[in-house]
Write a protein that binds this ligand. Structure first.
Ligand code: MSP
Length: 668
């Protein structure tokens, strides 16, 4: 098993994450998940960059202690990344005194001991937005070209890092490691820049308290970039756990934006050379995501909150849009119109419709059961798509990887249109052919879902579940899972629209030419605000504590008393994610859940589902709960809500699955 250590830039915490910063984390997450799918021992690091002057100022503006402010912002960032399903393994902060401080102080000391740090006076411009010293030639009309603000003129005694000494070693390294800087356009930029000669770098700031004191001059703090870059080594033990550091370092891949590639391709490797440490495998400088063609910025007031985008349809459509529509390495654009257009085209009409049609036809014509068949024409397309996908993903051409999966999806849609299973079904003489066609389509969709696992984790898992995949998602491996399966039985689940079309206002999708599908989960779970109540959908019998443990039988559906929509709307059904689950001691049925309902703090809910689920199967599921139920005490524990589950006669409770909707989304 090979190991793979990747990182993203660590974010300034003077404002909330926006769609641009989220783009970086989501695409890095796609890469991390791809490596996990390949079976690599993957370590994905993210974090926050806190010693910036703007962070300090923002805390002061809010009358907060800077560290307390950063503590709060950590929660904000973690929450956003959690809701976007970003699966980092570690999150480091530059105010971390156990890991980051010793690492920064060790590296500064080692560079000093090696004669690469000397005292001097810095005089020149400094842009606080970039946290960068700016040579006059880089200014446009006296302004920073990125922030359009006038940099400060500063003159102070500083410590300098001998960056100039590393010009030749860096050029030699780039030559010997041609894939160190990607994509090529950035490599060329950096080569030209370094060939032009390097100035030494001021690596300390005088007269500031917000930062890490230099070990050899405690009155000065380390310059924020020199400090921040070290996070990558600090997180894996540098300066505090040599054995761990030896195990994990060097990083295989740094994912950063094009505006900060220079810091990562010039200053960081020079620092590592000075400290005698191995260099990372690659720095990938991705492009920017613009909003309606403009750079997102606070001053323009056009920052898109990624949670607004994720609330629209759940995190996966956003993840798909950003990965598929922006060529990785280049720039891209986001508009709400385009996002909705792509949602309809790629998800509602294409993949979603395909899953529904296959499942509905299999249910109708084969009672939901298929026997595996050796490959027809779709097997060839599947093999070719899987090959092209891996080739693209290995080169970080993420958009091409997704396009390969979509080629298979389109081929499966065309295959259904051509073979017309509904016509085959009319003549019993075509029975074998019909079984083959249905299996081929189902198998092609299964393989496409495997390829999409890194991009749309929850949706792909849901598709695999409906297609009868029995391996746990975490155990799926790309090579075996993306290969055509020619033997075995498959149980296919027809579970309603995954992504309702927008103008349908949440109405379930018609799943094949002749039979409309009956969803078991209200289709509106994924569609949120724009969605009208899915009143036509039969309600599932609750199996929460009140229906089971408390002994109240679910009402008989034979002659239901009709209620008005207003009555129904009194019940607040919400999407919730299970964070923790444990059996209630001395109870056969009760499980104590901690769930995220999109509120500030998680809630405790007791559910009578212990006979159907082991606690560990529950953690991570996205379910539906009644959020406005009066609290009730059972076995001495207060329950604040009730989970919804289908309770078939004589069978165990089956929790309603609300993936990929985000916690807090209203279900109606
Ligand atoms: N704190 C530094 C990075 C230090 S890494 C040792 C920083 N922080 S940032 O918050 O300004 O940006 C974080 C990352 O988000 C950077 O890689 C930056 O390029 C990226 N992006 C910021 N705006 C972006 C877009 N509009 N689009 C894509 N990425 C963008 O820089």
């Amino acid at each position: 098993m090979s190991s793979f250590f990747l990182t993203t830039a660590i974010d300034y915490v003077n404002s909330r994450p926006h769609l641009g910063t989220a783009y970086e984390k989501i695409t890095a997450d796609v890469i991390a998940r791809y490596h996990r799918l390949k079976g690599d021992d993957t370590w994905f690091l993210m974090g926050n960059d806190e010693h910036s002057q703007n962070v300090f100022k923002r805390a002061q503006e809010q009358g907060k202690d800077p560290l307390a402010y950063c503590d709060e912002m950590e929660q904000v960032f973690r929450e956003v990344w959690g809701r976007l399903d970003v699966s980092f393994n570690d999150f480091i902060r530059t105010t971390d005194r156990k890991r980051h401080f010793p690492a920064v102080q060790r590296m500064a000391q080692v560079c000093q001991d090696n004669g690469d740090i000397y005292e001097g006076t810095y005089e020149g411009f400094y842009c606080v937005g970039c946290e960068e010293f700016k040579p006059e030639k880089d200014l446009v009309d006296g302004l920073c070209p990125i922030h359009k603000t006038r940099p400060e003129w500063i003159k102070e005694k500083n410590w300098f890092f001998r960056l100039s000494k590393y010009q030749q070693p860096l050029l030699k390294f780039y030559e010997e490691h041609p894939s160190f800087i990607e994509p090529e356009v950035r490599r060329n930029e950096i080569l030209r820049f370094v060939e032009g000669g390097l100035d030494d770098l001021s690596m300390s700031r005088a007269g500031q308290s917000w930062g890490i004191p230099l070990p050899f001059d405690p009155k000065s703090v380390v310059y924020v970039w020199f400090d921040a870059l070290i996070n990558y080594a600090a997180a894996v033990g540098y300066g505090w756990d040599d054995a761990l550091f030896k195990k994990r370092w060097p990083a295989n891949l740094h994912i950063v934006g094009k505006d900060i590639t220079r810091f990562h391709c010039v200053i960081w490797p020079a620092m590592l050379m000075s400290a005698g440490l191995p260099l990372p495998g690659q720095v990938f400088g991705h492009g920017w995501v613009f909003f309606k063609g403009e750079r997102m910025s606070k001053s323009l007031g056009n920052m898109v909150d990624p949670l607004d985008a994720a609330k629209r349809f759940g995190p996966d459509p956003l993840r798909l849009y950003l990965t598929k529509e922006v060529p990785y390495g280049g720039d891209g654009d986001f508009t709400w119109e385009r996002f909705e257009e792509k949602y309809n085209a790629d998800l509602a009409n294409n993949l979603g419709n395909l899953v529904n049609r296959v499942a509905a036809m299999t249910e109708r014509y084969r009672g939901g059961q298929l026997t595996a068949q050796s490959g027809g024409p779709l097997a060839t397309v599947a093999a070719e798509s899987a090959r092209a996908y891996a080739h693209a993903m290995d080169r970080l051409a993420l958009h091409e990887g997704v396009a390969s999966a979509y080629r298979l999806i389109s081929a499966a849609n065309e295959f259904i249109a051509e073979t017309q299973p509904w016509s085959l079904a009319k003549d019993p003489a075509n029975a074998a052919r019909l079984s083959h066609v249905l299996y081929d389509a189902a198998e092609a969709v299964r393989i496409a879902a495997v390829l999409l696992l890194p991009v749309m984790p929850s949706s792909a898992v849901e598709i695999l579940r409906r297609l009868g995949e029995t391996t746990a998602p975490a155990d799926l491996r790309l090579d075996t899972a993306s290969t055509w399966r020619a033997s075995g039985e498959r149980a296919i689940l027809n579970a309603g629209a995954l992504w309702p079309r927008l103008e349908d206002k949440g109405a379930p999708n018609v799943s094949e030419n002749t039979t409309p599908a009956t969803p078991t989960v209200p289709a509106s779970a994924a569609a949120t605000e724009t969605t009208a109540p899915a009143a036509a959908v039969a309600p599932a019998a609750p199996a929460g504590i009140h229906a089971t443990e408390a002994g109240i039988a679910p009402s008989d559906a034979a002659a239901p008393e009709l209620i008005s929509i207003d009555d129904f709307m009194k019940i607040q059904l919400k999407v919730a994610k299970i964070l923790e689950a444990e059996r209630v001691p001395k109870s056969k049925k009760l499980v104590q859940l901690k769930v995220d309902v999109g509120e500030v703090a998680p809630r405790t809910i007791l559910a009578g589902i212990a006979e159907s689920y082991e606690p560990e199967q529950l953690v991570g599921r996205t379910i539906v709960v009644v959020a406005n139920l009066k609290p009730a005490k059972l076995m001495g524990i207060e329950s604040n809500g009730m989970v919804l589950a289908a309770s078939p006669e004589g069978g165990g409770a089956m929790l309603l699955n609300a993936e990929p909707a985000v916690p807090g989304t209203r279900v109606r």
